[in-house]
Design a protein. Structure first.
Length: 225
């Protein structure tokens, strides 16, 4: 529902990254009694352009087929009325800039994340997907052993929350990035950290074998001040 809400609100495709592990785990799920449904903004009359906006971060209204509007479908550069203008640099620049800023300019409203652990920790962990389960357990075990960890779980991978990661990097001495690949998210983390702390990659490829809490905890112990 959140994916559809974002798509309707920002008039953009939203990719829901499903994790195979979700089909195999058994956990309690809390279903809210009320769920917000966001309906797309629609044009009021034919005089209103619905393929562009004068606001560089604007989100134009989106008509539906069969409602009397001249809905044009094209994958090419187009003006605010939907007509193809592939040879006009100014039209192209205006379109691409608006498409970029309608997402980047609203990143703080779009991004979802969770932070747990100790705010005064010197070790940070940034995770996403099923690896987060192992990090939760590792963080709890570390706490019992006197090792403070702050954990950032990313629910949204793009737009990338640079501002959150930079804030954590200013407080900690090192950030661990556990991934079930040879290192993908770590590239974005390093870019966002801007050299303010060490970034440690913890990768594993095991045909579905998860990174364990013990493996994460071992890295955290080595980084303990």
């Amino acid at each position: 529902i959140k994916a559809f809400n974002l798509s309707e609100k920002y008039r953009t495709p939203v990719i829901l990254l499903a994790d195979e592990l979700s089909a195999h785990i058994v956990e309690p799920v809390e279903i809210p009694k009320e769920i917000e449904i966001i309906d797309r903004k629609k044009p009021k009359d034919l005089s209103e352009p619905f393929f562009g906006s004068s606001d560089p971060r604007g989100i134009p209204p989106m008509p539906e087929l069969g409602e009397g509007f001249n809905v044009l479908v094209t994958g090419s550069t187009h003006n605010e009325w939907g007509y193809r203008f592939t040879a006009d640099p100014q039209v192209h620049r205006k379109l691409i800039t608006r498409l970029y800023w309608k997402i980047e300019g609203n990143a703080k409203e779009i991004v979802e994340y969770e932070i747990d652990g100790s705010e005064d920790a010197k070790i940070g962990i940034i995770s996403y997907g099923c690896t987060s389960r192992s990090v939760y357990e590792a963080t709890e075990r570390a706490k019992k052993q006197g090792i403070k960890i702050i954990h950032l779980r990313l629910k949204t991978l793009w737009p990338f929350p640079d501002w959150i990661i930079e804030e954590i990097a200013e407080k900690v001495e090192a950030i661990i990035v556990p991934e079930l690949n040879l290192g993908q998210l770590i590239r974005e983390v390093k870019r966002a950290v801007k050299g303010k702390c060490k970034v440690i990659s913890l990768t594993k490829i095991g045909g579905g074998e998860l990174i364990t809490p013990i493996e994460i905890l071992e890295v955290a112990r080595r980084l303990q001040p």
